[in-house]
Write a protein that binds this ligand. Sequence first.
Ligand code: C5P
Length: 220
Amino acid sequence: MNSAIPVITIDGPSASGKGTVAQLVATELGFHYLDSGALYRIVALATQQQNIAWSNAQAIAECSKSLAITFINDQVFLNNKEVTSDIRTEAMGKGASQVAVHEPLRKVLIEIQHAFCKAPGLVADGRDMGTVIFPDAPLKVFLTASTEVRATRRYQQLINKKQAANYDGILQDLLERDARDQNRASAPLIMANDAVLLETDNLTISQAVNYVLDKYQRFI
Ligand code: C5P
């Protein structure tokens, strides 16, 4: 990896809005964008298709080595088939957080994630971008919101997409995913020591984007 290439990491819990913020910051700066959660979602989908249990660490890691994963603009391809909306379901979110506990899989995905670090720069969003994947990033943001606000945002997203949504179920799922992501042994969701905390309960998306851009201006 070339340490001269600037990297902004945006980590945080599910449905915190970090994906939206990270994408807009990347667009604004003309940087590349890594949605690392999509990688875990793709692995959840591929292993499900191959009848591999999400508890089977070795088989998941082996399977993930043979996957052809491509991102073209906003589209995601698995073995040349578009899976953009297939990986965005609640089921694949849950599956992603189950496969993501396994260290052998996380090791396989390191190289793929490092390959996104290209000039003129990268905005990387996930759970361990600042702690494990890009520990030398000059700007690390930990973006979060209260569980209730995150559940409401997720509920609204599903309603907007005309999908079935149940607030209590969404809240329960978020609490389960938070607990699994925070308590796993390998690369748990944790704020890096040198990250800045961005609480978004009372912020609009553009306020959050401007906060990150403003912080970044201080590094250049
Ligand atoms: O960000 P997203 O909700 O798409 O991520 C899905 C799941 O993938 C998370 O709940 C988490 O368990 C896992 N993940 C991870 N490390 C990352 C990104 C996502 O473990 N860097």
